[in-house]
Ligand binder design. Structure first.
Ligand SMILES: *Cc1c(COP(=O)(O)O)cnc(C)c1O
Ligand SMILES: [Zn+2]
Length: 551
């Protein structure tokens, strides 16, 4: 492994030493590692074939001289999961989730911590200071404990108590700062300066950017397996990389990873970057939308998603803006509510429980698809940056469990106690919905979307004739109806329903892939409550319609 550290401001090259954090020539803190790409481009692919699937398989491209396996917790090479249900719902079949929840401490900070601690250990450092919105401190603590290093973890008081306790459990000293994350970073920096301790510099830490870039390498390897190589037989890259950001270290590193693969001749296309911020703390999004070259800091962040609360991104914005603009990407923001709702959709449709910060990335994805920025044919990788551990009360809301209490033995015999307990489990009557739709996938999709929104009794029919019978028998609260079906089409079903007094007032939502002629629209008008195009289901319209019709 041979590399140099190049200054991004004056171009000066210097050897690497983890504790020297500025350019010896101009004093800049913005520098990055440079490797022999021509050589590695040729020699590395063969070596990769025989290597274990973790982050250290790219060791020639990492700034650690002797990767120390005794520090490793198996970091890196998280699965790339195809989001089949989300893809159907959004009408965008090639959505992949880079599941960084599966890192050793359940967030993508494990990459940063594993590489940084390995480099510090190699340099003989035994004590360090880091400011964190939670996950960095958890991850650094885990690796620091393996390396026998002491960590002083400065966290804001907004960090959930369970996360703070996990940091302490690893043996780190937790210092709780009541103030913004930016203020927390200042206190940590002053503490490190006074005690002459190593301070983590966030996105300006060489090892952090180098660690994050492995996400790009893995995406290219995994996507090439999932979809096959590009036509020119180079490795496959997505059209979009979507990630929720705070300070922007992730996308800065990931962009460098794609750039390096391009320099090594492995790929010829870098994806468009879509960094997503929380609306209440979106200095980069706001500055980008105003066309500013330098970020305007947000001094008083107003988001409950503490993981994303960097108010002053400093120069990270200038670099990230360059990457977003040069790849034809976009910065976008989402509200806390949108992020939490996306979290629910992701959990209920894909079985993935992500923390609100990661939820923001998915809310951003939904927004960009709806706006037509991300196209149905695009291949998208969304970084699912961290796990919901644990799910906070506010995220779940009320009534998420049924409380069953056995009466005491004195009050009732055993048998009766069981019966009475079971009546408490049994659901009250849920709104009944009939789905009439001939394709199995579409029925499954509508069912899932409905289930992700609440408790319904859902019945299905696969053609118009069967549907009509079912509706007449069950008298549901709502019908979701396709138009083009065998046996009896949707138009005829509606006519039959409307001419029978028992079914005349049951609300109907038509969901169809068909472009309707004016004549067909006339036939439906006045007889149905809503008309929706398929592939457009995450449309708030659909869910709002369902909810309002079930009142
Ligand atoms: C740190 C973190 C982010 C933000 O990452 P940056 O790339 O550093 O802005 C997003 N999600 C989770 C879960 C995080 O821990
Ligand atoms: Zn310099």
């Amino acid at each position: 492994m041979s590399f140099i550290i190049k200054c991004l401001d004056c171009g000066h090259n210097a050897p690497y030493f983890p504790t020297s954090t500025t350019c010896p020539k101009c004093g800049s803190q913005w520098r990055e590692a440079e490797y022999d790409y021509e050589l590695l481009g040729k020699t590395l692919p063969e070596k990769l074939k025989a290597r274990q699937q973790d982050l250290w398989r790219y060791r020639e491209l990492l700034p650690v001289r002797n990767p120390n396996i005794s520090l490793s917790l198996g970091e890196g090479f998280s699965p790339l999961i195809r989001a089949v249900n989300l893809g159907m719902m959004l009408g965008c079949p090639n959505i992949f989730i880079k599941d960084e929840r599966q890192g050793p401490t359940a967030s993508f900070k494990d990459r940063q911590a594993s590489v940084t601690i390995a480099a510090l250990k190699e340099a003989g450092i035994t004590e360090m200071v880091a400011a964190s919105t939670g996950n960095v401190a958890i991850s650094y603590s885990a690796y620091a404990s393996r390396a026998g290093m002491k960590l002083w973890a400065f966290v804001t008081s907004l960090v959930p108590a369970v996360k703070m306790r996990e940091i302490a459990l690893y043996g780190s000293q937790v210092i709780k700062i009541t103030g913004s994350y930016d203020q927390c970073k200042h206190v940590a920096a002053e503490f490190a300066r006074q005690r002459k301790l190593y301070l983590d510099m966030g996105a300006r830490t060489i090892t952090s950017i180098e660690a994050m870039k492995t996400i790009a390498f893995e995406i290219a390897e995994q996507l090439t397996i999932a979809l096959g190589p590009e036509e020119n037989s180079q490795m496959r890259t997505p059209d979009w990389y979507v990630q929720a950001i705070s300070g922007g270290m992730g996308p800065l590193g990931v962009h460098k990873g794609f750039r390096e693969m391009q320099q090594m001749g492995w790929i010829n296309k870098i994806p468009a970057f879509a960094p997503i911020q929380a609306e209440g703390c979106a200095p980069m999004v706001n500055s980008w939308k105003k066309g500013l070259e330098k970020a305007e800091p947000v001094t008083n962040p107003k988001t409950r998603i503490e993981t994303l609360a960097t108010g002053d991104p400093g120069r990270a914005y200038e670099f990230l803006k360059h990457h977003v603009d040069s790849t034809n990407g976009v910065f976008e923001s989402v509200t806390d509510e949108e992020a939490i709702r996306a979290m629910h959709v992701l959990a209920k449709m894909e079985g993935i429980s992500a923390e609100p910060a990661a939820g923001a990335a998915f809310a951003g994805l939904f927004k960009l698809i709806r706006a037509g920025v991300i196209k149905p044919s695009d291949t998208v990788v969304v970084n699912c940056t961290g796990h919901t551990m644990p799910a906070e009360q506010g995220i779940l809301g009320e009534n998420w469990a049924r409380d069953v209490k056995f009466p005491t033995i004195a009050q009732a015999p055993q048998e009766e106690g069981l019966l009475s307990a079971l009546t408490q489990v049994a659901p009250e009557r849920f709104p009944k919905i009939v789905i009439v739709e001939d394709t199995l996938e579409a029925r499954r999709l509508i069912r899932r979307i409905l289930q992700s929104q609440g408790n319904f009794t859902i019945l299905e029919a696969e053609n118009g004739r069967e549907g009509l019978d079912l509706i007449q028998r069950e008298l549901p609260d709502l019908v979701i109806l396709d138009l083009m079906m065998p046996e009896m089409d949707g138009f005829s079903v509606i006519e039959a329903l409307r001419s029978n007094p028992e079914t005349a007032t049951i609300p109907v939502i038509v969901a169809t892939a068909k472009e309707l002629t004016p004549d067909e629209k006339n036939r439906l008008s006045g007889h149905i409550q809503a008309l929706l195009q398929k592939g457009d289901f995450l449309n708030d319209e659909f869910l709002d319609e369902v909810k309002s019709l079930l009142k």
